[in-house]
Design a protein around this ligand. Sequence first.
Ligand SMILES: *Cc1c(COP(=O)(O)O)cnc(C)c1O
Ligand code: SF4
Length: 339
Amino acid sequence: MKAIIQQPSLTQQSLTWQQALSEMVTSPLDLLSMVNLSPEDIPWQWDKDFPLRATKSFISRIQKGDPQDPLLKQVLSIKIESQLDNNFSEDPLEETKYNPLPGLLHKFPSRVLLTFTSSCAIHCRYCFRRHFPYQSNNVGRKGWTQVLDYIASHPEIVEVILSGGDPLMAQDDVIHEFLQKLSHIPHVQLLRIHTRLPVVVPQRITQSLLKILHDVRLQVVMVYHINHPNEIIKAITQGVHKLKQHGITVLNQSVLLAGVNDSTECLKTLSLDLFKAGIMPYYVNLLDTVQGASHFLVSKKKAKDLQQSLRENLPGYLVPKFVQEIPHRLSKTPIDILP
Ligand SMILES: *Cc1c(COP(=O)(O)O)cnc(C)c1O
Ligand code: SF4
């Protein structure tokens, strides 16, 4: 059965991004009814610790009446998540060792990653940070001075990556103020923003954000997070075009997810549709072994086959790098070199 994917209604698009966030859906029962499914169709569950979060715009891209929808699977908690799997841990990347200050990860020498906010506009079931103590481990305004001092005293850092949580959950004036301070550190050349917010709330690309990112001395790169072609709607493309007009590069990273995007056909369409939207495919990340996400795991063998088949079926520049995060390595690891 092929259902029609609805574009968000006009009223959805005319809301400010803050209003769109305030209308976020947090009840699985509401979500199921919005996509014309009954609670008996799926073994869903409540998850108190990492509850449902999805915007109405994202939900409007779910195909109605399809319990196997690839977007639905990314947001609806199902019972299998509660089965403990001993190969999956709560801190799969052992990141706490590279965490010299709250909210600052300095693992790869030339770049530092800041968890700039403690929240996201969507809760992705596979998220490797789902057990991360964000509330205590993010760079609040009080921590800025310390973080900026750290960056200033490490001349090897050329790029600062704002991550999260989702950094674009911060208000534009907060982002502006931080970038003003950051741009005073001469050895920092690049600013990267890892975000899913413009994907789930397209109106997040505001005029004031565009101006801030255009005016800052740093060269700006945005890395979106889109896993499936059905996530791409016209409003996203429009935002990307504005970013490009303001000199900002837009890349995409995906997570390889069983039952969501683990086929040549899907990944090929994703790369082509991203490119059509003005976004360059960058990474396909193999799933981190986080507790509660084992049902999304794709084997390394299958991932290698998929990458090879994309190489045969796409121009080289549209083939994302398939990588895995391996604890204690000083860069992401291309899966080709793994046993
Ligand atoms: C992924 C990641 C980066 C960025 O890596 P790139 O290969 O430059 O995209 C930086 N720091 C940490 C801790 C990361 O996990
Ligand atoms: S938006 Fe990113 S950080 Fe937030 S839950 Fe999803 S994958 Fe995790």
